[in-house]
Design a protein around this ligand. Structure first.
Ligand code: PLP
Length: 414
């Protein structure tokens, strides 16, 4: 692919914007080369600055389950913009939105909207500490919960904050048990992605999430499901409903905003009522519950509820992933592909990937070559081997066939 134009655009962007991007992984550091600069998108396709068409499997990092600029969502957003872009006051729409989410996810009795998944997680952690009057939080290696201070290792973050975060390996219940024992009566919450999507896709092993729920119950710890990726992804509910687990708090984002910025924290009434102004746990936001995001979210959720497209996208995902698996066998390429619902990722490794450590064993150089092969063929995956890919209701059989043909071509020379 001719990267001349992208290189020029990236150089200019890097002069004005740190690293040339407003969110790090967009810079293509994990796959090499300048990022492809995009200008427009419709349905399953995204278009670059130099008018190239790509089948998009990144889909706004999973926010666009209906694909790009879905007609009804666009119409709703346009109408809302005519009525009011920002009211900054109480609206009936917010109640309707909260009601819709509460009716879909069993464990959520009340819901507070935020502007991002990061903020939703901040609210959940603050609530868990206030409710339990404890400090420490257990998280899992490789799970990402946004750029929240206490979950990152970054200069500028106080050690005093990080010291309250304990990290265990995903799918390792014994380690969680041990950590709880060593920190008896000090753990406020356990936060987990019920399907990990930020080390590539990693599935929970049988018993892991139920085990966490039991450990939380036995030790008076709050269980927080970060369903920013998984919420409304596999069925019109959270992944928790499918599992039959009721976490104490749930974080949502991405899909529920229909492509506009959003986040939400919901859960048991007795915990949620601790939030200001009813309670003393502070949360606020100029744009929290803003009309544009809520209208796009309502429109998206209504479509998902009314059309129930989940089986179709799941079938396409299975077809694509099983197709890639057979091509791997045909061309003797060692790979593992993890998928569930419309979520998938490919790891170039021979061993199963079930936690952060096993994801690290993949052949990153091979992924880079594969990735640039995809770009050449007009396929846009998430630009890192540690990210998930997504399929939307706009993807077609033709898209899947074209993607498999492209991968066959790439595997022949990989
Ligand atoms: C599981 C999970 N939690 C939280 C976040 C943070 O959401 P946001 O980027 O909207 O702040 C992300 C973002 O990718 C995520 O994948």
């Amino acid at each position: 692919m001719d990267t001349g134009l992208n290189k020029k655009l990236f150089e200019e962007a890097s002069f004005y914007i740190p690293g040339g991007v407003n969110s790090p992984v967009r810079a293509f550091k994990s796959v090499g080369g300048p990022p492809v600069f995009m200008v427009s998108a419709k349905g399953s396709k995204i278009y670059s600055y130099d008018n190239k068409e790509f089948i998009d499997y990144c889909l706004g990092w999973g926010a666009l389950i209906l694909g790009h600029s879905q007609a009804s969502v666009v119409k709703t957003v346009k109408n809302q913009a005519e009525k009011a872009i920002l009211l900054g006051a109480a609206t009936e729409q917010e109640t309707e939105f909260a009601k819709m989410i509460i009716s879909a996810i069993d464990s959520i009795e009340q819901l507070r909207l935020t502007n991002s998944g990061t903020e939703a997680v901040m609210v959940a952690i603050r609530l868990s500490r206030a409710f339990t009057k404890r400090k420490k939080i257990i998280k899992f290696d490789g799970c990402y919960h946004g750029h929240v201070d206490y979950f990152l290792n970054s200069p500028g973050i106080l050690d005093d904050l990080k010291k309250h975060t304990l990290t265990c390996s995903y799918n390792n219940l014994q380690e969680v048990k041990k950590t709880i024992k060593e920190n008896k009566n000090n753990i406020a919450g356990i936060i987990v992605e019920p399907v990990a999507g930020n080390t590539g896709v990693i599935l929970p092993e049988k018993g892991f999430l139920h085990g966490l729920k039991n450990l939380c119950r036995e030790n008076n710890i709050l269980l927080i499901f970060d369903e920013v990726i998984t919420g409304f992804r596999f069925t019109f509910e959270g992944y928790q409903n499918i599992l039959g687990i009721k976490p104490d708090l749930t974080c949502l984002g991405k899909i529920i905003g229909g492509g506009l910025p959003i986040g939400a924290c919901g859960g048991k009434k007795e915990i949620m009522q601790m939030l200001s102004p009813q309670g003393e746990v502070f949360h606020a936001g100029t744009f929290a519950g803003n009309s544009m995001s809520v209208s796009a979210g309502l429109s998206t959720l209504n479509i998902l509820r009314n059309t129930n497209p989940y089986k179709k996208i799941e079938d396409f995902t299975r077809q694509l992933c099983e197709g890639i698996k057979s091509l791997g066998k045909q061309f003797n390429i060692e790979l593992k592909i993890n998928y569930i619902g419309s979520l998938f990722s490919i790891f170039f490794t021979k061993s199963p990937v079930n936690d952060y450590a096993s994801a690290q064993k993949q052949d990153i150089e091979k992924f880079k070559k594969f990735y640039h092969g995809l770009l050449n063929e007009g396929i846009y995956f998430s630009p890192s081997c540690f990210e998930s890919n997504f399929i939307s209701t706009s993807h077609s059989q033709k898209d899947i066939d074209k993607t498999l043909q492209a991968i066959e071509k790439i595997f022949k020379i990989l």
